[in-house]
Design a binder for this molecule. Structure first.
Ligand SMILES: [Zn+2]
Length: 312
């Protein structure tokens, strides 16, 4: 066979691999969402048996992906209190070592807890936030397909977000990696229900002007909307975006963050937040957009994140 023939074959193989990875990633994404929002998990309420089932599932996925643990079984238990009541939660943390800047970390967070079962109705929380956890797993799989990511990564499935961001607060109070080594927090909370206007929102980019320029210059499969600082409207409610989810404790510690999420929708915090209401095509577009952004962020120099750091 002529030499060019091998070259063509090789190119076809490479293209084929990328396409098949993306398709596989999107179907794994939907599968993870289905599993995490299954009735068996009973809404994954903190300290309930359903949350333990969710942890078993996430730990198994961390292992399958070949991610490393910092503590046995990826488990990082923590205590917190609401009023006088002492409570316990469990974060799960997996890590992936980078090659160029192994001592600098990009931290992804996605809360796995949800509202549980209320008045006999299970709040499955497919969008809030099985979608964020599943996307974090798919992004970990994507970073694994790279020869080696530039930065090291922490993937944190946080607990007790719904009752007051306690998992993220516990991590920042006693970080598994010194805060100085954390370059960026990417927080994923509600990523699957932007089908109506093909929107995905990004909050936090104002501290990273390079990200704003990049987002404005690029075309993404979803319509990526930059949110403004401070308070805004989510559905009918006024909402303070800066404190809306797990990025808040990182922000208060001066660490730059990017918070991705869709707007509220009619199934938000209802028993109808089910995977059957997710449009798989939107899911694919969301994932392709985030993949592009995460791989780009991995290539930016540490000075770039350091400049956005707020010293207290
Ligand atoms: Zn949430």
């Amino acid at each position: 066979m002529p030499k060019w023939y091998y070259l063509v074959l090789w190119v076809l193989l490479l293209v084929g691999q990328t396409v098949s990875f993306k398709l596989k990633a999107a179907s794994a994404l939907l599968h993870d969402i289905q599993q995490l929002s299954d009735e068996l998990m009973a809404g994954r309420k903190t300290a309930q048996p359903g949350a333990e089932l969710a942890r078993q599932y996430i730990r198994q996925r961390f292992s399958q992906l070949g991610l490393a643990a910092l503590q046995p079984d990826f488990q990082h238990p923590f205590h917190y209190s609401i009023g006088f009541a002492g409570k316990q939660g469990v974060n799960l943390i997996a890590t992936l070592k980078g090659c160029n800047k192994p001592d600098r970390y990009i931290v992804m967070t996605a809360h796995y807890d949800h509202l549980g079962t209320v008045a006999g109705k299970v709040y499955n929380g497919a969008d809030d936030n099985a979608s964020g956890v599943a996307t974090m797993l798919a992004l970990a799989a994507l970073l694994k397909t790279q020869p080696c990511p530039s930065y090291s990564y922490l993937f944190i499935a946080t607990d007790a977000e719904e009752s007051g961001l306690y998992g993220a607060k516990a991590f920042v109070a006693e970080p598994a990696v010194p805060l100085q080594q954390l370059m960026l927090n990417i927080n994923l909370d509600m990523l699957s229900r932007g089908e109506r206007a093909n929107h995905l929102y990004l909050y936090g980019a104002h501290s990273l002007p390079g990200v704003v320029d990049y987002i404005k210059a690029e075309d993404f499969p979803v319509n990526l909307k930059l949110r403004h600082r401070g308070k805004g409207l989510r559905g009918q409610n006024r909402l303070d975006w800066s404190n809306a989810s797990d990025h808040a404790p990182f922000r208060r510690a001066g660490i730059p963050f990017l918070f991705f999420g869709v707007d509220t929708h009619k199934h938000y915090h209802t028993p109808q937040d089910d995977w059957q209401n997710i449009d798989p095509e939107y899911l694919q577009r969301m994932f392709d957009s985030l993949s592009q952004i995460v791989l780009w962020l991995d290539q930016q120099p540490p000075e770039w994140y350091q400049a956005a750091r707020k010293t207290k």
